[in-house]
Design a binder for this molecule. Structure first.
Ligand code: IPE
Ligand code: IPE
Ligand code: MG
Length: 245
């Protein structure tokens, strides 16, 4: 189905949820759901790139996911490493720039090393930015930004009056991504789970019952179609927007 490029979100973010329940429903171990989830990532990245979305942020591991059983965390880390290594050619061949947000220092070297390498090797790519949220928390990222600004004030580089919304925005890890237009969550849960709290202030939200491993091209296009039908008012009235054209 063709998507009208004039009404395309520039930045889409996805809470990729439901891997465990997908596996449990099939009598499989949870990790099998995570493995299948990696295939869905491949398909959705490819689709976003083909359609012309400029930035795609994927919630792959939250700050709170460290609380999961150690064996599941270890398997997820191994899968992340495999993903970064296996997708290298796809990312480079399609001129995708890979970036990562979150508390990356907490990631084990087995993930951090191939990740940092691909982030640096893909830095000049310009077709699309793929942003992986890893060990990421929305509150944690707001706190980290606040702390960095306080330190700049303490060093005398910034005055408290300079701390405006724009200044705060440009100090966030997501500063160089376009404004978040569309936020998708799979699996039927209707919550943000600490994802992109600052960035989602005016994002359009799309929730689907589909478990992440079953999410693919068609459902991604359906989410974009739903976005196309929304009127984004940013506080104004519908009448004002019609007059502004
Ligand atoms: C999302 O699937 C993947 C991660 C959070 C890493 P879940 O593992 O949360 O799957 P459910 O929600 O238990 O089904
Ligand atoms: C959110 O899913 C995190 C990711 C998709 C990586 P969770 O499954 O961890 O969220 P909660 O705990 O159900 O809110
Ligand atoms: Mg979940």
């Amino acid at each position: 189905m063709p998507v009208d490029p004039t009404a395309l979100p520039r930045h889409v973010a996805i809470i990729m949820d439901g891997n465990g329940r997908w596996a449990q429903d099939k009598g499989l171990p949870r990790i099998e759901g995570h493995r299948r989830g990696a295939n869905a990532v491949h398909e959705v990245v490819r689709t976003a790139r083909e359609i012309g979305v400029k930035a795609l942020t994927l919630y792959a591991f939250s700050a709170q996911n460290w609380l999961r059983p150690p064996e599941e965390v270890a398997m997820l880390m191994r899968l992340l490493r495999e993903y970064v290594i296996a997708e290298r050619a796809e990312i480079m061949d399609n001129a995708i720039r890979l970036v990562a947000i979150g508390d990356l220092d907490r990631l084990p070297g087995l993930v951090r090393e191939p990740l940092e390498l691909l982030v640096s090797d893909s830095a000049g790519n310009q077709a699309m930015t793929l942003c992986l949220a890893l060990s990421y928390g929305g509150r944690e990222s707001i706190v980290a930004t606040s702390r960095a600004l306080c330190e700049a004030v303490k060093r005398g580089e910034l005055s408290p009056a300079d701390v405006t919304e724009g200044c705060f925005q440009s100090a966030m890890q997501t500063a160089d991504l376009p404004q978040l237009d569309l936020l998708i969550r799979t699996s039927g849960e209707v919550r943000l789970s600490n994802f992109l709290l600052w960035e989602s202030a005016y994002a359009e939200l799309y929730f689907t019952d589909t478990y992440w491993p079953e999410f693919g091209r068609d459902e991604f296009v359906r989410a974009l179609e739903s976005y196309r039908g929304r009127q984004r008012r940013f506080g104004r009235t519908g009448e004002q927007l019609r007059r502004l054209g």
